[in-house]
Design a protein around this ligand. Sequence first.
Ligand SMILES: CC(=O)N[C@H]1[C@@H](OP(=O)(O)OP(=O)(O)OC[C@H]2O[C@@H](n3ccc(=O)[nH]c3=O)[C@H](O)[C@@H]2O)O[C@H](CO)[C@@H](O)[C@@H]1O[C@H](C)C(=O)N[C@@H](C)C(=O)N[C@H](CCC(=O)O)C(=O)O
Ligand SMILES: Nc1ncnc2c1ncn2[C@@H]1O[C@H](COP(=O)(O)OP(=O)(O)OP(=O)(O)O)[C@@H](O)[C@H]1O
Ligand SMILES: N[C@H](CCC[C@H](N)C(=O)O)C(=O)O
Ligand SMILES: [Mg+2]
Length: 485
Amino acid sequence: MELSKLIANCNVISIKGDEKTDVSAITSDSRQVKPGSLFVAVEGICTDGHSYIGKAIEEGASVIVYDKPLIDEFFSRVTYIQVENSAIALAMIASQWYGNPSAHLKLVGVTGTNGKTTVATLLYEMFRRQGYASGLLSTVCNYVNGEKFPTTHTTLDPVTLNRFLRMMVDAGCEYAFMEVSSHAIHQKRVYGLKFAGGIFTNLTQDHLDYHKNMQEYRDVKKSFFDDLPSDAFALTNIDDKNGLFMIQNTQAKKYTYSLKNMADFKARIFEKHFEGTDIEINGKPLTVRFVGLFNVYNLLAVYGASILLGLNEEDVLRTLTVVKPVAGRFQTIRSPKGFTAIIDYAHTPDALINVLNAIHDVLEKKGNIITVVGCGGNRDKTKRPIMAREAYRLSNKVIFTSDNPRFEEPQDILNDMLAGLSEDERRDVLTIADRREAIKTACALAKPGDVVLIAGKGHEDYQEIRGVKHHFDDKEEVEKLFFGN
Ligand SMILES: CC(=O)N[C@H]1[C@@H](OP(=O)(O)OP(=O)(O)OC[C@H]2O[C@@H](n3ccc(=O)[nH]c3=O)[C@H](O)[C@@H]2O)O[C@H](CO)[C@@H](O)[C@@H]1O[C@H](C)C(=O)N[C@@H](C)C(=O)N[C@H](CCC(=O)O)C(=O)O
Ligand SMILES: Nc1ncnc2c1ncn2[C@@H]1O[C@H](COP(=O)(O)OP(=O)(O)OP(=O)(O)O)[C@@H](O)[C@H]1O
Ligand SMILES: N[C@H](CCC[C@H](N)C(=O)O)C(=O)O
Ligand SMILES: [Mg+2]
C-alpha cells in the first residue's frame, strides 16, 4: 500500500523522504521487520521502540514512524515520519492497512473489571444462534464466525486486532464482540476503531500495579465511552457506583441496566439454585443456567445490547434460557463422593466475594465451602491480602496456593496474602504452594454436600513460572481426582 494512504489519518508533524513509497508490511516490533516494512517506534513499559529503529532499518524497514526527537543518522533510502503520538499512529495505520474493517462491522466493546469475557462471549453466542455471522475477541479465545483461534491478550495489539476484524469482514461477519481492557485503552490499542456500542459492567480494584490509583483506572475506562461516536450506544450498569460517571461525557446514546433502580433494562431474581436462577427481565419470567447475582447482571447486559442491536425480544429471552457459562466461569463438577468442585476465574477481590456469596446463596448452610486460591505474580500486589481476607471470611476452610507466580517467588506471594490475616487466623489456614497438591488436599477434606472452590485460573491451561508456561489445568486436575485416568 502507498505510504501516503497509510498515514492519511495520522497527525503528522514532519516527513523526510518519499511519501509515495510502497509499504510491504507494518509492525511495531523490530524483530518482525521484513524488507519494505513500515516500523512504528512506540515507547513501551519495559523498553522504548525508538531504541530499535537502527535494528529495524538493518532488517530492511523502508519507513520509520516515530514521536520522539531522533538522534540516529538519517538514511536516504528510508522515509521518516514524525507523528504526534506513535501508539495512536500505530492504531490508525493498522486500521488503514486492513481497510478499516471496524467500519464494516457492528462492533461492540465490553469494558469493566469483571464480566467482560462472559458478556462478550454470550453476545457472540446470542447472535450466532439468531443466524448472524459474528466474531469474538476475548481472553479465552478468538472466533471468526465458527473458526477458533488461540489468543495472547484480553485485547490484542492494534495490528493483530485489525487483522482479526478484517478476517471477520472477509468471512461475511455482520457483528463483532470484543473485550476492551484498561491496558488496551491506555495503550491506544483500540484507538480509531468504529464502535457501534460500548458496555460497562463494573469497576472494582484490580491492576493497581499498572494504573497509579483507582481514579486513574476509572478515568481510563471512562475515556473509552468519551470516544464513542454519536450513532453508537453506551450501555451501563447503574448499580455500580461508577456506572453513570462512565457515560457522563459520551456522545453516544445512553442506556442503563439495573437490578435495584429504574433503568431501561431491569431484572429481578426469584429463586437461586445450583443448576441456575429463576429471574425476570423487563417483566418477563425466565430460568437461566447461571448461578450468582453477578451473572444476572451479565445476562441483563447481554439482553440490553441484543435489543439495542435490533434483535427480537422473544428470541433473545429464549436464547438466554439455553446459553451456558463460559469455560472456567463457575464451572461445576460433581464428585462421585457427593461434593461439588467449582472452577472459577475470580482473580480480583470483588470477583472472589461475588463467587463465594453466590455459593453461600445456593448452599444455604447445608455444606461447607473449602476454597483454594492464589494470586498472580508481577501483578497488583495490593489485592493479595484483601483476596486472602475475603477468602478466609467467606469460607469454612481455605488453602492458599500459587496462581501464576511469573517472576516472583511463590512463597513471597503467599506471604503477601497471609499478611491479610491475624496470627490466630493464620493458624486456621493451610498454605500449600504446589497447586496440584492444594487441590488434592481440598478434595480429600471435602465431605458430601460440601463445595470446593478453586479460584483464580478458570480456563487457563498453564501455570506461568519464570517466563515458561507449564501445562496445568484446574479442571483436568479435578477430573483426574474424581474419575481417575
Ligand atoms: C504491561 C503491558 O500491557 N505490556 C504490553 C505492551 O508491552 P510493553 O509496553 O512492555 O512493550 P515493551 O516490551 O516495552 O516494548 C516497547 C516497544 O518496543 C518494541 N520492541 C521491543 C523489543 C525489541 O527487540 N524490538 C522492538 O521493536 C515492542 O514491540 C514495543 O512496540 O505492549 C505489548 C504490545 O501490544 C503487549 O504485548 C504487552 O503486553 C504484555 C505481554 C502483558 O502481559 N500485558 C497484560 C498486562 C495485559 O495487557 N493485560 C490485559 C488484560 C488485563 C485485564 O485483565 O483486564 C490485556 O488486554 O490482555
Ligand atoms: N458482572 C460481574 N461482577 C463481578 N464479578 C464477576 C462478574 N462476572 C464475572 N465475575 C467474576 O469474575 C470472574 C471473571 O469473569 P470474566 O472472565 O467474565 O471477567 P473479565 O472481565 O473478562 O476478566 P479479565 O479481566 O481477566 O478479562 C468470573 O469467574 C467471576 O468470578
Ligand atoms: N487478565 C488478568 C488475568 C489474571 C489471571 C490470574 N490467573 C493471574 O495470573 O493473575 C490479568 O492480566 O491480570
Ligand atoms: Mg476477560
